[in-house]
Design a protein around this ligand. Structure first.
Ligand code: E4P
Length: 214
């Protein structure tokens, strides 16, 4: 399973990319707004300079033709830019239109296996089922990943599944076991995957023992 970072914060992306674990980045309008940046295209360009992998940039238009126009403009920023399109009927039309122009899309806000199937049939390169937001309303978000992964495997669908809306490290392990191809993680989840008290304790003991023989 590949790991993406889910942020528009350049410092966070730079820090984690130095670990050598990042295969891509996802952003959304809320994440860009959180950084207080109005220069959306500049943010995306800065990210493409740091990470060499798919960088999802979301369109906010609602009509297919506008999404296609905005998507084409964003795709010109860099070859790695993937256009994030919401799961609506207009979104499906935009996915089809962009796919015909050779532009990759990531269909976002997926909350059912049928939505994922529709996005894949329309030609999406990626689908993003949202785990945390499903959990928030009392559903088991991970079941969605499992269902989509099974359906895509049974039918040989090559659209990649991005486990999104991840809230904690257990979501990452579970998404990997459930068959997600990618998990997109907030900075704080990536940081918390790194640490374990027994690792810290082990390092401390090794250092102390080594001091004794020196
Ligand atoms: C995915 O691409 C989305 O940006 C993201 O995972 C949404 O997560 P949230 O539910 O924590 O906002």
């Amino acid at each position: 399973m590949k790991l993406f970072i889910d942020t528009a914060n350049i410092e966070e992306i730079r820090e984690i990319s130095e670990w050598g674990v990042l295969s891509g980045v996802t952003t959304n309008p809320s994440l860009i707004a959180k950084e207080g940046r109005k220069d959306f295209e500049e943010v995306i360009k800065e990210i493409t300079d740091i990470v060499d992998g798919p960088i999802s940039a979301e369109v906010v238009a609602e009509r297919a033709e506008d999404m296609i126009k905005d998507g084409e403009k964003l795709a010109k920023l860099h070859k790695n830019v993937v256009i994030k399109i919401p799961m609506t009927s207009e979104g499906l039309k935009a996915i089809k239109g962009l796919n015909e122009k050779g532009i990759k899309t990531n269909c976002t806000l997926i909350f059912s296996a049928n939505q994922a199937l529709l996005a894949a049939k329309a030609g999406a390169s990626f689908v993003s089922p949202f785990i945390g937001r499903m959990d928030d309303i009392g559903n088991e978000g991970m079941n969605l990943i499992r269902e989509v992964a099974d359906i895509f495997a049974i039918h040989g669908i090559d659209t990649e599944i991005i486990a999104a809306s991840i809230r904690h490290p257990m979501h990452v392990t579970q998404a990997a076991l459930a068959g997600a191809h990618i998990a997109t993680l907030p900075y704080k989840v990536l940081k918390s995957m790194l640490t374990h008290p027994l690792t810290d304790k082990g390092i401390e003991k090794f250092n102390k023992d080594w001091e004794k023989v020196k």
